[in-house]
Design a binder for this molecule. Structure first.
Ligand SMILES: Cc1ncc(COP(=O)(O)O)c(C=O)c1O
Length: 385
């Protein structure tokens, strides 16, 4: 990476996030699974899946981002209040700074997973939390957020409408927005969120036996894809894999932005089953990294993501794996490309390709998972969900 990219995500930022997150109770590297059966069936050399279903018991990689950003924000808040001692997570949990953080409220918009992480962090570190969800976020996801003590408010419209509402209410009430998406004048907190995600990518970099040739990564606002670009670039330099962002065909803001060469919003109801990817606007900070280092973008229909959920659950080629509806777009994009000779050639995929994907959530909405896959995640053998 170069100086421009280091202003977005940096090795120092990764080292700090890794040291912090590894110290949290319950931290464990998530598994990197090798799917040799699927690779053989698809005509690929190897397929590796980083399986985030077990992350901190929250069920998705998002546990790494929002909660870390809440902690970093609280540290800055305490520094502004004149606290000069190092502020540890353990001290916050023990209530050492209770008086200084009293009155602090964090809020954010979410499709589920980010809000769960922010609520988890706020609950642990002792500040109030208000989470905004848009019309189609399921009650199960709202309940999972409320479980950590957050107040959940439902807003009409799409995810992007809930982002705006959270920002308005925060400005009116003096709350702090802990968002996973950045916009002009609001970069610091989303940077911490993305830096938290780089911990997951760094784990994968150290787990894999040799560099992958391709990474297919699902895109919502692009923070995850930016973390993947940054950490694979940092790890493998000129030998870095080709990184392909994969989005729902009804919410393809990264693909449209790549096409235009600058951030472009997509409109409409962004109606996709892939709730975590139902975003119409790319995060500006993520875009800086994607513009510099993302190679390609693809879109997939909902049906393709669901088919891969079923394929992974079935154990047809490899031991079964529980992947939620926002977790499989990357692999779905890869498999669709393998079935399309022109696309396969354009992406340089062949029998020697080593593909890395991230199954970014388990069954975070268990009822929806059971409906889509045909049986509850609990009944799928050998899984953490
Ligand atoms: C499970 C899952 N995967 C992927 C993403 C996409 O991440 P980003 O919005 O940073 O692109 C999300 C976002 O909520 C998600 O919940």
């Amino acid at each position: 990476m170069g100086p421009r990219e280091y202003t977005v995500l940096s090795p120092e930022g990764l080292a700090a996030a890794r040291a912090e997150i590894e110290s949290w109770p319950g931290y464990a590297e998530t598994p990197l699974r090798r799917l040799d059966g699927l690779a053989g069936a698809a005509g690929l050399g190897a397929v590796f899946v980083k399986d985030e279903a077990s992350r901190f018991g929250l069920g998705s990689f998002k546990a790494l981002g929002g909660a870390y950003a809440v902690l970093q924000m609280m540290r800055r808040h305490l520094a502004e209040k004149g606290v000069t001692a190092p502020v540890t997570a353990a001290d916050l949990i023990a209530g050492r700074w209770r008086a200084q953080v009293a009155g602090l409220t964090v809020c954010c918009a979410t499709d589920g997973n980010h809000g769960r992480s922010v609520a988890w962090g706020a609950g642990r570190y002792g500040c109030r939390c208000v989470i905004y969800v848009h019309a189609t976020v399921s009650q199960a996801r709202c309940d999972a957020i409320a479980h950590y003590g957050a107040e959940v408010r439902r807003v009409p419209g799409t995810y992007d409408d809930s982002v705006r509402k959270a920002a308005e209410d925060a400005a009116a009430n003096g709350w702090v927005v802990v968002s996973d998406t950045s916009y002009p004048g609001y970069m610091e907190i989303p940077r911490d969120v993305m830096q938290g995600y780089t911990v997951m990518v760094d784990e994968a970099v150290h787990q894999i036996d040799a560099p992958p040739t391709h990474v297919f990564i699902q895109g919502g606002v692009g923070g995850l894809a930016a973390a993947v670009v940054a950490q694979t670039w940092e790890a493998w330099g000129v030998d870095r894999p080709r990184v392909v962002a994969v989005e729902p065909d009804r919410a393809a803001c990264i693909v449209e932005s790549l096409r235009a060469g600058h951030p472009v919003a997509v409109h409409g109801d962004l109606d996709t089953l892939m709730a975590g990817l139902a975003c119409g606007e790319v995060s500006l900070l993520a875009w800086e990294m994607l513009d510099a280092g993302l190679h390609d973008g693809l879109t997939v229909p909902d049906a393709a993501a669901v088919e891969v959920m079923r394929l992974l659950a079935s154990g047809r080629h490899d031991p079964p794996l529980v992947a939620g509806e926002s977790a499989t777009a990357g692999l779905a994009g890869c498999l669709l490309a393998m079935a399309d000779p022109a696309l396969k050639a354009a992406l340089g995929l062949d029998a020697d390709s080593r593909v890395l994907v991230f199954s970014t959530e388990g069954a975070t909405d268990p009822a929806l998972y059971a409906e889509l896959v045909g049986r509850p995640a609990k009944t799928i053998e050998g899984t953490a969900s």
